[in-house]
Design a protein around this ligand. Structure first.
Ligand code: PGA
Length: 260
């Protein structure tokens, strides 16, 4: 895993957008894996600003997850989140953008359909990830099998709590979701994980300083050959760098840090 330390949320977001633009320029048919939540919002804004001269007509996008029971037009659905923050501003066609349907009559079938669709499009080339405070990636909560494919999950109370800010009432946060599995995420050719803010510092310390365990889903990324972590100073503030170097000294150097 390669860590690129940056000073703040905006720098993280601009850099992530830049990496995505490079990917699109290198391959106009690139398949992008996208994420929702607070973390990627400014990345999407930056991508929109920088995308004027890009040919986006042949890209495809796959999102990680969707809440159970919410239709694409529901204001809290991830379909809506993506439409507003990225797909409509970029004028992507509906046929280019893919999310699992949380309102499918048969969610098990939907999970299989989604997994197959990703394969049909050739797999995800570059997957954007946030990280939950409990180490979840997508909605893969602690304890999820590392071999999981797209599946239905019960959301942990801590995750529902963290996401309640988007809903009118905490009780409105759905109890279940459909998410790409950990093995599906690991199939991506490249992964860019973003982390910003003090709220993520324990998660980053576990990811970067502790061993792989199913109790901390993101730790599987230690086994992926091509992970780039872009994280800001507060998010890295509890990480011990190689040879016990504290994060602050490491940050002063602005080196990229090859962890494993
Ligand atoms: P956040 O969520 O970007 O809203 O912090 C990240 C996640 O839970 O994966």
């Amino acid at each position: 895993m390669r860590v690129i330390p940056v000073n703040n949320y905006q720098e993280m977001s601009d850099l992530a957008a830049e990496l995505f633009i490079q990917e699109i320029k290198n391959d106009p048919e690139v398949v992008l894996g996208l994420a929702t939540g607070g973390t990627p919002e400014a990345t999407y804004r930056s991508l929109i600003q920088k995308s004027q001269d890009l040919d986006l007509s042949r890209i495809h996008t796959f999102n990680l997850d969707e809440y159970e029971g919410l239709s694409p037009s529901h204001p809290n659905s991830y379909h809506r989140y993506m439409a507003e923050r990225l797909f409509e501003p970029l004028q992507l066609k509906a046929s280019q953008t893919h999310l699992p349907r949380g309102d499918a009559a048969d969610l098990e079938n939907e999970a299989e359909r989604y997994e197959q669709l990703i394969q049909e499009k050739g797999g995800v080339d570059v997957q954007l990830l946030g990280i939950g405070e409990n180490g979840h990636i997508g909605f893969n909560e602690p304890g999820t099998s590392f071999t999981s494919r797209t599946h239905i999950v019960d959301l942990k109370p801590s995750t529902r709590e963290a996401n309640a800010r988007y809903f009118e009432k905490k009780e409105d946060v759905p109890n279940r979701a459909i998410t790409m599995g950990i093995a599906s995420i690991m199939d991506s050719r490249r992964i860019i994980l973003l982390a910003s803010g003090e709220r993520k510092k324990q998660a980053m310390a576990k990811l970067l300083n502790e061993d792989k365990t199913q109790d901390f889903p993101a730790s599987i990324l230690q086994d992926h050959p091509y992970v780039t972590i872009i994280a800001d100073e507060p998010a890295l503030s509890a990480v011990s760098f190689e040879k016990g170097e504290p994060a602050a000294e490491y940050m002063a150097d602005q080196r990229e840090w090859e962890l494993r």
